[in-house]
Design a protein around this ligand. Structure first.
Ligand SMILES: NC(=O)c1ccc[n+]([C@@H]2O[C@H](COP(=O)([O-])OP(=O)(O)OC[C@H]3O[C@@H](n4cnc5c(N)ncnc54)[C@H](OP(=O)(O)O)[C@@H]3O)[C@@H](O)[C@H]2O)c1
Length: 262
């Protein structure tokens, strides 16, 4: 990853940087010498992010709910003519399992998922387009999900609203990659793999996971699916982002660089 000194450091803006993969992105880019604009819904309660900001002078924290158009416009105005080399649209809302299974579908969960996971991230990309365009690296990266890839859909089929909103995001990312290429802006779409953002890998054999996550942990423990650490997922994705160029723009790429079918 290319970093730099105070005057030359590239800048990254990250959504949902208070926990999970967003927090890890903030940590790794800060450690690499980047200017990090870490956004989250509630900066006051973002204690882990505040610790990173206290440790690295080039990290600033900004309030941003990606579904709040007024807040988004205000932040874009506040950042003025700042150049943003890399925009990471990381935030997402998974929602509860209940209401996302056939037989009990809750339409309001679809509305909330699409706002948080599809239209919200694209609105953020649109609002910061001038900042990205005036930067050296000119990259916009969306966090997709294999859960929203139609080509790899397997049972058990659940999380209907989340899956549909991610499939919509994938289409939007692909469309943007084509739309913005003539302006020199590189749009990427990455999948983190199944990354442990809830401390499941640290649970002892007798410790119970949250009920929603018990089926996943069972499959991980049985060796059916692989779960990686948040640190490994983010390190892998940063490698993919570093390599984002004409050959990989607009593809759906796993954290290890493998192409995922749409
Ligand atoms: N972890 C995985 O295994 C995995 C697998 C595939 C894809 N992904 C994708 O990778 C990304 C990060 O995943 P994660 O596991 O780190 O998720 P996470 O731990 O659930 O964190 C989600 C983040 O998004 C934020 N967020 C939710 N709604 C928001 C909104 N309207 N505006 C701004 N921020 C909002 C949350 O903020 P609050 O704290 O305020 O709720 C939180 O910071 C997501 O796009 C996810 O879909 C993850």
């Amino acid at each position: 990853m290319s970093g730099g000194g105070a005057s030359t450091r590239p800048a990254v803006l990250i959504t949902g940087a208070n926990r999970g993969l967003g927090l890890e992105f903030a940590r790794q880019y800060a450690a690499a010498g980047w200017r990090v604009l870490a956004t989250c819904r509630d900066p006051i309660s973002a204690t882990a992010l505040q610790e990173i900001a206290a440790a690295w002078e080039a990290v600033s924290i900004h309030a941003l709910d990606v579904t709040d158009g007024e807040q988004l416009a205000r932040l874009a105005r506040e950042l003025g003519t700042l150049a943003i080399d890399l925009l990471i649209l990381n935030s997402a809302w998974l929602g509860p399992q209940a209401g996302q299974r056939m037989g009990e579908l809750d339409a309001t969960l679809f509305e909330r998922s699409f706002a948080a996971n599809a239209t919200g991230p694209v609105s953020v990309a649109e609002a910061f387009l001038p900042h990205v365009e005036r930067s050296a690296q000119k990259k916009i990266v969306f966090l997709g999900s294999a859960a929203g890839a139609i080509g790899v859909l397997r049972p058990p089929v659940n999380l209907y609203a989340y899956r549909a909103s991610k499939a919509a995001l994938h289409l939007l990312a692909r469309a943007l990659s084509i739309d913005l290429a003539p302006r020199g802006i590189r749009v990427g779409l990455v999948n983190p793999g199944l990354a442990d953002t809830r401390g499941l890998l640290a649970l002892g054999p007798d410790e119970a996971p949250p009920p929603d996550l018990a089926p996943v942990l069972q499959l991980v423990r049985a060796g059916v699916i692989e779960m990686i650490t948040a640190e490994a997922a983010v390190t892998g994705m940063i490698g993919v982002i570093d390599a984002l160029g004409p050959a990989t723009v607009g593809q759906f790429l796993n954290y290890d660089g493998a192409v995922i079918p749409w």
